[in-house]
Write a protein that binds this ligand. Structure first.
Ligand code: FMN
Length: 159
């Protein structure tokens, strides 16, 4: 799995092609995670993918069924120094089960995400996802960190 600052490549079985349909789902209270989702979407589009960006409350089931790669994002909830966890995890759990889907987990945080990205990855795995990457992005550096994360995931997925 691509982790915090790592760049371990994710290999697909031989013969599998690069992602074509990318769906990006976000849960955002103050707009940062939504912005990250839009930036990830822009990077995926620039890489040639067909992209859809949606809040968790407005998911298109067919679009999700057709997705080759799904990004799911939420915010980091915690007490800054400890207790980090995925924000609004109840809402994330309400999205359809992600059986057989390759999923990249992303989060946004203010200063310290702790182990929230790993917890989010575990939540998504429990939800049926094949999590290929998990990272929290600093809300002040979204413009650089979000497209960089998208590019890494797309490159690994098509390697
Ligand atoms: C209740 C609450 C707890 C938070 N805890 C943390 C934290 O432990 N560490 C951190 O870096 N940011 C923390 N944040 C900041 C948010 O993770 C950050 O602002 C995030 O980008 C918000 O995303 P959104 O705009 O998509 O809602 C917290 C925010 C809230 C509202």
């Amino acid at each position: 799995m691509l982790g915090m600052g790592e760049s371990e490549p994710v290999r697909l079985p031989d013969g599998e092609s690069s992602p074509v349909n990318v769906v990006i789902i976000h849960q955002s209270r103050t707009g940062n995670t939504q912005r990250a989702a839009e930036l990830i979407g822009g990077a995926a589009e620039a890489a040639g993918a067909t992209v859809s960006v949606r809040p968790v409350t407005n998911i298109d089931f067919k679009e999700l069924a057709d997705a080759d790669l799904v990004f799911v994002g939420t915010w980091v909830d915690g007490l800054i120094l400890f207790g980090h966890r995925p924000g609004d995890s109840d809402k994330v759990r309400r999205i359809p089960k992600l059986w057989n889907k390759r999923v990249a987990a992303f989060m946004t945080h203010a200063v310290n995400p702790g182990g929230a990205a790993e917890k989010f990855a575990a939540l998504l795995e429990e939800h049926g996802a094949d999590v290929v990457a998990a990272r929290s992005l600093n809300r002040r550096r979204l413009e650089t960190e979000a497209p960089a994360f998208a590019d890494e995931v797309l490159a690994a997925a098509s390697a």
